[in-house]
Design a protein around this ligand. Structure first.
Ligand SMILES: Cc1cc2nc3c(=O)[nH]c(=O)nc-3n(C[C@H](O)[C@H](O)[C@H](O)COP(=O)(O)OP(=O)(O)OC[C@H]3O[C@@H](n4cnc5c(N)ncnc54)[C@H](O)[C@@H]3O)c2cc1C
Length: 435
């Protein structure tokens, strides 16, 4: 019966069906529309459609800040996927109302750090170290008052202001004729029934684990954060919007293993996000996080325990640079879960698999980098789908850069051209491996 309900809800023209409406699902859908397919998204819940305290910590798309600069993730072809993502963000930065803009980020350490991942790929990357007061004056570096020597770097990063960004992406999807069905999937038979008719794409995040009986190890890194509504934008040197990750010495803020925990600040349009812990753990049978909570004092905000250092250290840093405080401001606590699939093994699942009589293409398990890597992973997922569609002679619309009303969509155009480049690079690499 449940199978019939899912099947009946999906239009005959839909191909493929994408499961999950988080960032992975919507980006994959947009790439496939750009190359002429008519994806339909099925999901129990659409992120960012509610108020400032999301209901499902296990749907991280609701909690991402979201910075998008090259950094680590366990996935095949990390540099290629990262660079493809950066190209799309670079385009979106130029698109009015996309919610994507460029920020200046400072990453500051009170102990000498190791080399940051993919730093050569970061924009305007600049290292610094020295005495706090000099760096604060010369470069507007955020520094704790009692800090001794500090180290770090600044660079420019794309940032997705998630409420604006997701609303922009959904508008694009719908303007291209995209359909979405809100429905929970709860049995593998439903998936089998769906994919017996056309390939499906799995962007279910943690929901994929049970539906696809994935036995790969997982790590759920909890992120506690505080949202402060009705705030002004803050700019570095009066130019770019400003953000930082600040890692104090461990006696100020530390993880369960005794290493330093960092605090984070990011100003969005109309609110500030303060964060955010990185606490490794698992989900229990009730889908609640159990693991290694950060150490130190906590405060209770709207029923959620928040490490006090997130408030005190951020307030000190912001007060010294911009003269702002949190007094008389509303503080809203939130906590979301980053799902790292098989963090020490194969990592993100980005491959095609036979499922019953059909095929499923997986795209899930992106940990704390799902926004950053979204376009690269979507391009690879679409490439895998197109391989299958082409070998089955699936028709597609000839597509230019316009939507169903005939209006120009520059994003569609850019995604189509990125897809062609991506596909050509993959073919070239495969041929080189054979020769
Ligand atoms: C506090 C925090 C801060 C973060 N900051 C950043 C950042 O700055 N930069 C960055 O790149 N990343 C960041 N991330 C990580 C990023 O948010 C995730 O990697 C990304 O959102 C994963 O998206 P997804 O679409 O793959 O999965 P999800 O967001 O989990 O979406 C899965 C979708 O599948 C649906 N679904 C699941 N199960 C079912 C089912 N049984 N039936 C039907 N539908 C189902 C869900 O409703 C949802 O729509 C952060 C995460 C957290 C928690």
């Amino acid at each position: 019966m449940a199978n019939m309900a899912v099947d009946a809800a999906i239009p005959d023209s839909a191909n493929p069906v994408i499961l999950g409406a988080g960032i992975s699902g919507i980006c994959t859908a947009l790439v496939l529309q750009a190359v002429g397919f008519e994806p339909c998204i099925v999901s129990k819940y659409i992120p960012m459609q509610q108020d400032s305290v999301p209901q499902f910590p296990a749907v991280p798309t609701d909690y991402a800040m979201a910075s998008a600069y090259p950094h680590n993730l366990r996935v095949e072809n990390l540099p290629g996927l990262s660079s493809a993502s950066q190209q799309v963000f670079k385009h979106l930065e130029q698109v009015q109302n996309s919610g994507v803009s460029r920020y200046r980020i400072f990453e500051v350490y009170e102990q000498e750090p190791t080399e940051p991942p993919l730093w050569q790929e970061r924009i305007n990357f600049q290292r610094f170290d020295g005495k706090p007061e000099l760096l604060r004056k010369s470069m507007n570096v955020p520094v704790r008052r009692e800090a001794g020597q500090i180290w770090g770097w600044s660079f420019d990063s794309f940032f997705a202001d998630m409420p604006l960004y997701l609303s922009f992406l959904w508008k694009e999807f719908k303007a291209n004729g995209g359909q979405v069905i809100e429905m929970e999937l709860n049995a593998p038979e439903q998936i089998e029934s769906l994919c017996s008719k056309r390939p499906i794409i799995n962007c279910l995040g943690i929901g994929a684990k049970t539906l696809f009986a994935d036995s790969a190890p997982l790590n759920i890194v909890r992120g506690k954060q505080v949202l402060i509504p009705n705030t002004p934008m803050l700019k570095a040197d009066g130019e770019l919007p400003f953000a930082y990750n600040y890692t104090p010495s461990p006696e100020i803020f530390s993880r369960a293993d005794g290493n330093s925990e960092y605090v984070h600040f990011f100003a969005r349009t109309g609110d500030w996000l303060l964060g955010q812990t990185r606490e490794p753990g698992q989900l229990n049978k009730k889908n609640e996080w159990v693991g290694e909570a950060v150490l130190g004092e906590y405060v209770d905000l709207n029923g959620i325990q928040i490490p006090k250092a997130i408030l005190t250290l951020n307030e000190e840093l912001l007060c010294d640079l911009f003269g702002v405080t949190f007094a008389d401001r509303e503080l809203i606590a939130r906590e979301g879960y980053r799902y790292y699939r098989d963090p020490d093994g194969e990592g993100v699942r980005l491959c095609a698999e036979q499922f019953g009589s059909g095929t499923v293409i997986h795209n899930y398990g992106h940990g704390g980098s799902g926004i950053t890597m979204s376009w690269g992973c979507a391009l690879e997922t679409a490439r895998l789908f197109v391989e299958i569609a082409d070998s089955n002679n699936v028709n597609r619309k000839i597509t230019g850069g316009e939507n169903v009303s005939g209006e120009a969509s520059t994003l569609k155009h850019v995604l189509k051209s990125q897809f062609q480049t991506f596909q050509a690079n993959k073919t070239e690499k495969a041929l080189a491996a054979l020769s």
